[in-house]
Design a protein around this ligand. Structure first.
Ligand code: SAM
Length: 206
C-alpha cells in the first residue's frame, strides 16, 4: 500500500464523504436497517451516526483499517454494540449462513474487485427474510455520460484507489440473486456528473 492510499486517501475520503449534507442521504438509505446488521466497506464509520433505533447490533468489515483513532471514537459513541473486523467482503466471511437481518453497502460496490463473489457472500449470510440496503454511485443511463465514464474510469481507479465509476449497480445486485424492491436513481447534488449517478434502494434474496 503506497503513501497516497495509506495516509492521504483515508483523510480525503472522510472529508469528502463526511459533510453534514451527506447525512440526509445516509439517513434515507439506512432507515430500513433493523436487527442484527452487517456493513461491508465500513471506511471511516460515517454511517454510524445515522443507523435507526431498530438496529440491535452492528458488525462492520473492511479490508483497510482507516483512521483507527477517529473511527474508534465514532464507535464508542454508538448506542448499539459494534464489532469491527478487517476482512475482505469477497472472501469467505466468518459468519454462519442466514445470520443477519440486514446487510448494508454504501459507496462500496464501486470498489470491491470481485462483486459477484461479494454478492454471493452477502446472499449467504442474509436471513431469507432479511434485506440488503445499498446507496452507491455507478453507471449512467445516459449513453453519452456512460461513454465518458468508460473513458475516465482508468484514471478514477487510480485517484479513487480502485473505485470504478461505470458499474451497473442494479445489475450487479440482481445477478447476485436478489430482487430489487426499491430503487431510487438520482444525481447527487454538487458532485461531478460522472460520479453523481446514484443508486439507492433495498433488495431481498431470492
Ligand atoms: C468509498 S469507501 C466508502 C466507505 C463507507 N461505506 C462510506 O459510505 O463512507 C469504500 C470502502 O470499501 C472498502 N473496500 C474495498 N474493497 C473491499 C472489499 N473487498 N471488502 C471490504 N471492504 C472493501 C474500502 O477499503 C473503503 O473503505
Amino acid at each position: 500500500m503506497g503513501f497516497y492510499s495509506k495516509y492521504i486517501f483515508p483523510r480525503m475520503l472522510d472529508w469528502m464523504l463526511g459533510p453534514p449534507e451527506m447525512g440526509k442521504f445516509r439517513i434515507s438509505a439506512l432507515e430500513a436497517a433493523r436487527g442484527r446488521t452487517l456493513e461491508i466497506g465500513f471506511g471511516t464509520g460515517l454511517n454510524l451516526a445515522f443507523y435507526p433505533d431498530g438496529v440491535t447490533s452492528l458488525t462492520v468489515i473492511d479490508t483497510e483499517n482507516m483512521l483507527p483513532d477517529r473511527v474508534n471514537r465514532r464507535i464508542a459513541a454508538c448506542k448499539f454494540p459494534v464489532t469491527k473486523m478487517q476482512l475482505d467482503a469477497q472472501g469467505r466471511l466468518p459468519f454462519e449462513d442466514h445470520s443477519f437481518d440486514t446487510v448494508v453497502s454504501t459507496l462500496t460496490l464501486c470498489t470491491i474487485p470481485d462483486t459477484a463473489a461479494a454478492m454471493a457472500e452477502i446472499h449467504r449470510v442474509l436471513k431469507p427474510d432479511g434485506h440488503f440496503i445499498f446507496w452507491e454511485h455507478g453507471r449512467s443511463d445516459d449513453p453519452a455520460t456512460a461513454h465518458k465514464q468508460d473513458l475516465f474510469n482508468p484514471l478514477q481507479k487510480i485517484v479513487g484507489v480502485g473505485c470504478n465509476m461505470n458499474r451497473r449497480i442494479d445489475s450487479i445486485i440482481r445477478e447476485g440473486g436478489f430482487e430489487i424492491t426499491r430503487l431510487d436513481r438520482f444525481l447527487m447534488p454538487k458532485s461531478p456528473r460522472l460520479l453523481a449517478e446514484m443508486y439507492r434502494g433495498i433488495a431481498v434474496p431470492i
